[in-house]
Design a protein around this ligand. Structure first.
Ligand code: NDP
Length: 333
């Protein structure tokens, strides 16, 4: 079987561009003993992949130039030499950025019966949804009725953070990069206040949306958002540090918040986390989120680009905000 894959052609300098990627055709071998042949249905592009394009030590190893990128994908089994998979099974893998592949059975997770579309298992019911769930409830130690601010609120993680907080009767404030995204947050998603961070002072928006201050700030953005949130935290507030997308393409070290010493007097907890630190909660997360979606308590959007050749464009779009909800590359064809 033939497959096309996206390779890293060169390491991006600053904002990634299409010239940093190459597309190549490969021959996928027949599966050997204990191996499975899979055709991907959809793949994920995620902000963390930008860090893997830099040649440095991190919690995941860097991508190599001239090799296919990897990342989350949902596929269907074409043929199997493993007792754990049969043709037609939906499987989750880290073999994204390609149309088809052969993998050892241990590298695949059999998703069993799907309660939503396959792509939802890359978004609301997948890694970003679980990031929101553990980040807010475990790291943020959310209590009912608190006031929560989430940045990147119209994205895959942020849109779920806000809705979980609403399920806990919280007052929810969100920031996003366009009027359309803000309208989605305060409309369908039920945020109490949302603002376009390109429009006015973040701190002033926080004072308007949360006059009594913030108990939890879920940070997806870093930089000016984090600094403004620290200024507006209540005593013993918690700040789950999930991401800092405003700094991922920085070519110089970014300055830290000028007001970090406020954390001392207010007794704030700033705690970074990676979703995989909470893998033990994956089963509970999946059943909670599947039932919230089935009951209409959580909704999600996806921005879908068709075809493997559009994967670089989808990835770059994460940094210019072309996605509302989860950015997905569909590989049905
Ligand atoms: P999103 O779906 O939120 O997509 C990225 C969004 O970030 C864009 O749509 C854009 O929206 C916004 N953005 C881009 N550049 C900037 C900027 N300079 N300032 C403010 N906003 C910006 O991605 P995810 O939901 O997948 O990820 C959100 C965050 O969570 C990221 O920081 C990511 O690294 C982090 N993350 C962390 C995990 C963990 O385990 N700790 C796991 C998964 C994600 P807009 O139009 O609003 O600007």
């Amino acid at each position: 079987m033939k497959s096309r894959e996206i390779q890293l052609k060169q390491r991006p300098a600053g904002m990634p561009t299409p010239a940093d990627f190459a597309i190549a055709e490969t021959d996928v071998p027949d599966p050997a003993e204990n191996q499975v042949l899979v055709h991907n249905v959809c793949m994920s592009v995620d902000p963390y992949m930008r860090g893997r394009m830099v040649d440095r030590k991190s919690y995941v190893p860097p991508f190599q130039i001239g090799e296919a990128l990897t990342g989350g994908a949902i596929g269907r089994v074409v043929s199997s030499n493993s007792d754990d998979f049969v043709e037609g099974d939906f499987v989750q893998s880290n073999y994204g950025w390609r149309e088809a592949f052969v993998a050892n059975a241990q590298e695949l997770t059999n998703l069993g019966e799907l309660k939503a579309t396959p792509s939802a298992y890359l978004g609301a019911i997948g890694m970003p949804g679980m990031t929101a769930y553990v980040g807010l409830l475990e790291v943020g130690a959310l209590k009912d009725g608190e006031t929560v601010f989430v940045s990147g609120a119209a994205g895959a993680v942020g849109s779920i953070v806000g809705q979980i907080a609403k399920l806990h009767d919280c007052r929810v404030i969100g920031s996003a990069g366009s009027a359309e995204k803000v309208a989605w947050l305060t409309g369908e998603l039920g945020f109490d206040y949302a603002f376009n961070y390109h429009d006015g002072s973040i701190l002033q928006h926080l004072r308007t949306g949360a006059p009594d201050g913030l108990d939890v700030y879920f940070d997806n953005v870093g930089g000016d958002h984090l600094e403004a949130a620290i200024f507006h935290m209540r005593q013993f507030g918690r700040l789950p540090l999930c991401g800092a997308i405003s700094q991922y393409n920085a070519t110089e070290p970014a300055p830290g918040p000028v007001n970090l010493t406020m954390a001392i007097g207010l007794g704030l907890t700033l705690r970074g986390f990676i979703v995989s630190h909470f893998n033990q909660l994956a089963g509970k997360f999946r059943s909670d989120m599947e039932s919230w979606i089935a009951d209409g308590k959580v909704s999600y959007r996806e921005t879908v680009l068709e075809g493997i050749e559009r994967a670089p464009e989808a990835f770059i779009g994460l940094f210019t905000g072309t996605n509302t909800g989860k950015m997905i590359v569909s590989l049905q064809g």
